[in-house]
Design a protein around this ligand. Structure first.
Ligand code: ATP
Ligand code: MG
Length: 152
């Protein structure tokens, strides 16, 4: 890993811009909650961008029209936490421990129509852990929140 100071706020803004047209077409509101003084984190920008794209891509893919997605970041002691919260279809409890596995998809029939391979989250977990961080998911019928922490 070639770690450099990464401006996460800027990176998140760029990623949001990349996906905002798709969200808008689907009738999904995409909002950001990031403090202006968010410190930089040591990391490899391109890899962290890939994580953000994967999480936001999923949120847009698995949220219906009229839904809301919030991407936010906050400082917690020596860590920075980034989260992507959606009001999407949710993930059944029994599937939660498996969503970070390679090729795992909750609903095979539905997922086939959606496109993709089931690798996005496995890759994201790999990248976050290579940065010394951790990735997590919480979900219920109201939606899903994926978050990851990175050491400062
Ligand atoms: P790929 O990312 O390779 O294009 P994918 O999106 O299906 O394909 P992952 O990103 O690894 O694969 O996600 C794995 C599975 O977890 C998805 O198929 C989906 O069933 C479920 N999932 C992921 N994110 C969400 C979300 N925000 N809401 C509901 N289900 C989700
Ligand atoms: Mg995905």
């Amino acid at each position: 890993l070639n770690k450099q100071p990464v401006n996460l706020k800027e990176l998140i803004c760029e990623t949001v811009k990349m996906l905002s047209a798709r969200a808008q077409e689907k009738g999904i509101a995409l909002t950001m909650a990031i403090p202006d003084d968010l410190p930089e984190v040591p990391g490899e920008r391109g890899f962290l961008e890939q994580v953000l794209i994967n999480l936001l891509d999923n949120a847009v893919k698995y949220t219906l029209s009229g839904g809301i997605i919030e991407i936010g970041a906050l400082v917690n002691g020596k860590e920075i936490k980034v989260y992507v919260a959606d009001t999407g279809i949710g993930i059944p409890e029994e599937s939660l421990p498996r969503v970070f596995e390679r090729f795992y998809r909750v609903d095979k029939a539905r997922s086939r129509d959606m496109g993709g391979t089931g690798l996005g989250l496995a890759i994201s977990k790999h990248i976050v852990e290579a940065h010394g961080g951790k990735i997590e998911v919480e979900s219920d019928q109201e939606g899903s929140t994926f978050s990851f922490i990175l050491p400062r």
